[in-house]
Design a protein around this ligand. Structure first.
Ligand code: HXC
Length: 515
């Protein structure tokens, strides 16, 4: 049957636009390991699920030789598709068209898909690959960014927002990803900075490569601006698909419940992970895997502030957020970065109805001039604030050390945790026995014939009295002292009842967290 000429015309028009900036620009993109915008969308979404919108939008700029210049799709592809059957809204900047630069119509396409995502309550995924504000469009480009930032802020806490950095993302453009919940980067491809190497050289005389300034590793390990690191674009899309399957589509929905799978208890033997010697480290992720369904764990910000571990797993088929001190790194102390990391994660969980499981083993806040001067008071306060404010079910398990401010901050009863459990080996005290003995028995130790022997005696005395969970349990600060093997069962029961609670908060417009 002959195809209608109008349909042929549509196909030709669509095909021409789908070539973006043309073969040469596509080859340049591929030579550095990058996919094109449409390839990225196809790789990310369920096969055949994507419906593109605004394909035929054109720019309206007439300055600096722009009149009559063809910019297919104005350098961005927008639309809606599915991931694992769940609808998601997507935009992908097309670097092959004017370097993916953002002009007025480009921005309008992005804000349109953001509005769809917010109004129809589905996650937004933005793929950033752009030279920034389209220089020829001047203030119209700046206006476009402002409209995007406003929408990022309005959508915050309503729908999950994901930014994928797959090329340059420079200047003010970085603030859209910075306002979103999860930033994904790929080694050697992602580049994020406010001012690039050239400007830095001109203004400060400092020389640095783009990669060293704002590459994927820098943002995952040092700045904390990115949350997921991948070696390739394909790996990055797998990570996004896994995250979307785990979190809810909006703040009015719960994460999808899946069939319960028992943890791999042959591999992760909960009773054998924590060494008896409290000075010996272990990987707290093994504890998480020993209680989570199928021993699965989606870690967030794995490479940043590794002294705390945060991420998603499931317990009895239901998504939970884990927050756990990591004794493997700096004995799991709290500091500025780990407080920021955990506080932000807790707020995501709270906004999206995800119960929080806290796994505690820490010697307290990190002492030191650097930390004090870096503002550990303000940063540490964020953690207290985030836990105190969270109305989702909150359950804590104290494995070993719970000293000082760390004990309070890690979702203690006093911050209105719903349930607090402790293992028999837990030590809940103002500080560690060594430090405590040195302070309160100083006179006796100094006056003793053998000060070292006296010190050891007093340390033991303090340990016997306080380095256990029973003093806290006697006051009701701990709900139950449990054997390690009972942990998953206790979590399942605690979470199933805590979700029934009605959390009352004083009426206010919003609080003022110590940002
Ligand atoms: C217009 C741009 C552009 C831009 C790139 N292009 N950036 N066009 N406005 N901002 C065009 C180039 O002219 C070129 O067009 C094509 O895109 C590909 O760019 P190349 O330079 O050939 O690519 P590459 O060598 O890979 O370099 C990529 C780059 C570089 C590092 C991003 O293009 C660059 O430095 N661009 C300018 C970055 C910048 O200063 N942006 C403005 C920031 S200010 P042809 O036709 O030759 O193929 C800003 C303010 C926002 O963003 C504030 C918001 C609050």
């Amino acid at each position: 049957m002959a195809v209608d000429e109008k349909i042929l015309d549509l196909r030709q028009r669509t095909e021409a636009i789908s070539l973006g900036g043309g073969q040469k620009a596509i080859e340049k993109q591929k030579a550095i390991g990058k996919m094109t915008a449409r390839e990225r969308i196809a790789a990310l979404l369920d096969e055949g699920s994507f419906q593109e919108y605004d394909t035929f939008v054109q720019h309206a700029c007439t300055d600096f030789g722009m009149q009559g210049k063809e910019l297919p799709g104005d350098g961005v592809v927008i639309g809606i598709g599915t991931i694992g059957g769940r609808p998601v809204a997507v935009f992908a900047q097309d670097f092959t068209v004017a370097g993916g630069s953002l002009g007025l119509m480009h921005a309008r396409k992005i804000t349109k898909i953001m509005d769809y995502a917010l109004n129809m309550r589905m996650p937004l995924i933005g793929i950033n690959d752009s030279g920034g504000a389209r220089i020829q469009e001047g203030v119209n480009a700046l206006a476009g960014y402002g409209e995007i930032f406003f929408r990022n802020t309005m959508a915050s806490g309503v729908i999950p927002q994901i930014s994928v950095i797959l090329g340059p993302c420079a200047g003010g453009a970085v603030y859209s990803p910075a306002l979103t919940d999860f930033v994904f980067v790929v080694d050697n491809i992602s580049k994020m900075f406010i001012t690039g190497p050239e400007v830095i050289k001109t203004v400060l005389g400092e020389e640095i490569s783009m990669e060293e300034l704002g590459g994927a590793r820098v943002h995952c390990e040092q700045t904390g601006n990115a949350h997921f690191f991948a070696q390739s674009e394909a790996e990055c899309f797998d990570q996004i698909r896994k995250l979307i399957a785990t979190i809810p589509a909006s703040n009015t929905q719960a994460a999808e419940r899946v069939e319960t799978v028992e943890p791999k208890t042959d591999t992760y033997r909960i009773g054998e992970i924590v060494p008896a010697d409290p000075t010996q480290p272990y990987d707290v992720r093994d504890i998480i895997r020993s209680v989570s369904d199928g021993s699965d764990f989606v870690e967030v910000m794995e490479l940043f502030a590794a002294n705390i571990v945060v991420g998603f797993g499931r317990i009895d088929g239901q998504t939970v957020g884990f927050v756990a001190n990591q004794p493997l790194v700096m004995a799991g102390v709290l500091d500025c970065d780990s407080s920021d990391k955990a506080a932000r994660f807790i707020r995501f969980c709270d906004a999206f109805n995800i119960p929080i499981v806290t796994i505690e083993d820490l010697p307290g806040y990190l002492p030191g001039v650097d930390q004090e001067h870096a503002g550990v008071i303000r940063h540490g306060a964020k953690l207290l604030y985030a836990y105190s404010e969270a109305t989702v079910p909150r359950v804590t398990v104290i494995l070993r050390k719970a000293y000082g401010g760390g004990y309070i901050a890690m979702n203690s009863r006093h911050l209105q945790a719903d349930f607090v459990f402790a293992w028999p080996r837990a030590e809940i005290a103002v500080m560690g026995p060594e430090g405590a003995a040195n302070v309160i028995f100083r006179k006796e130790i100094m006056a003793a014939e053998d000060p070292e022997a006296m010190r050891q005696l007093k340390i033991q005395e303090y340990k016997d009295k306080f380095a256990n969970p029973y003093v806290a349990a006697a006051k009701g600060y701990i709900d139950a002292v449990i054997e390690p093997e009972q942990t998953r069962r206790c979590l399942i029961q605690a979470l199933s009842v805590a979700k029934r609670k009605e959390a009352l908060q004083p009426k206010k417009k919003h609080g003022i967290p110590p940002f």
